[in-house]
Write a protein of this length. Structure first.
Length: 318
């Protein structure tokens, strides 16, 4: 691979924040596992990534496998520099760079194992949230389903690290538990935490309301986004997936899964199950959290206690 090819493949983000730095490091390690890198290019990128990473690194963080490898790499560099500053990484010779690259390659199995565990966890997550949804559907004549995406403006990204994001999500979870205002008559929810190079830390949510008590899903979607703004302050943004335009697009293709769901509507119920796959999609590994706190769950759902009444579904009309 030539110098030019590598620079096209591995371009660091211009917007420096914790999520983008970790995404760049993840990509850097994966590229080194699959491509040969000239040592001068390797050192330039490594030096910049270490400097960026040190701004946010905490020993208490739990990292994805690629980030763990980078921490090992950083420790090896520190030993080679023997007390010298990181600006002198460029003085490392070709033999030392070769040792660092071999260190990355020696950790290949760790990445494979992490990816396999991720896929297995997503399968368990899918089964769990689909069973959860089926239980709630069985207990209610109709449900109102509202989906929103919550995130931050690009200008805000530099101020949002994992700790800030986690605190905002915890405040949101408490509001869901209290069930006041726009969360009244909430029967359940599914919450997925993600991060991206461009989007930063963000959350996808599906709210499950009692359809006999709540209507106007478009209003509720916007109300949730407004509540997110109250939690975060300036720089909070959201995407309301329950607008008329959004739902109409999916209605035309027979894939509508938001709005009012009647228990007897098999087509829409099937669509809802497909929607839940999005929350536990094993192909979204690159958007999974690369950093977390011990015990922090990237996918969670509300508590729901089945009421035990039995309902007979009406036969489908022919």
């Amino acid at each position: 691979m030539t110098y030019l090819d590598w620079n096209i493949l591995m371009r660091l983000s211009d917007h420096i924040h914790q999520a983008s730095i970790l995404s760049d490091i993840h990509h850097f390690i994966e590229c080194n596992l699959n491509h040969y890198v000239e040592y001068v290019v390797f050192l330039d990128l490594l030096q910049e990534l270490i400097v960026r990473f040190k701004q946010y690194h905490q020993e208490s963080f739990s990292y994805a496998a690629t980030i763990e490898i980078f921490v090992l790499l950083m420790q090896a560099v520190e030993q080679m520099l023997d007390g010298r500053i990181y600006d002198e990484i460029s003085t490392l010779d070709a033999q030392q760079v070769n040792q660092l690259q071999k260190l990355i390659l020696s950790q290949r199995d760790k990445v494979k194992e992490h990816l396999q565990r991720y896929k297995e966890q997503q399968q368990r997550n899918r089964e769990s949230i689909q069973s959860y949804m089926q239980t709630i559907i069985k207990d209610h004549h109709k449900l109102l389903l509202v989906r929103v995406d919550l995130s931050y403006t690009k200008e805000k990204h530099g101020q949002i690290g994992l700790q800030d994001f986690y605190q905002h999500i915890q405040k949101l979870r408490q509001l869901l538990k209290d069930q006041q205002g726009c969360f009244a008559e909430l029967k359940g929810y599914v919450l997925k935490l993600e991060q991206g190079k461009d989007k930063g830390f963000h959350a996808h949510l599906l709210f499950i309301y009692n359809g006999s008590k709540r209507q106007n899903d478009t209003f509720l979607g916007q109300a949730v986004i407004d509540k997110w703004g109250e939690i975060v302050g300036e720089g909070a943004i959201g995407n309301n997936c329950n607008t008329v335009k959004y739902k109409q697009r999916y209605l035309q293709t027979g894939r509508l899964a938001l709005g009012m769901l009647h228990r007897e509507d098999k087509q829409m119920t099937d669509n809802v199950m497909l929607l839940l796959n999005y929350f536990a999609n094993e192909d979204k590994y690159d958007q999974s959290l690369l950093v977390s706190y011990a015990g922090m769950r990237c996918l969670s759902k509300g508590e729901y206690q089945p009421h035990g009444r039995q309902y007979q579904l009406k036969p489908e009309s022919k």
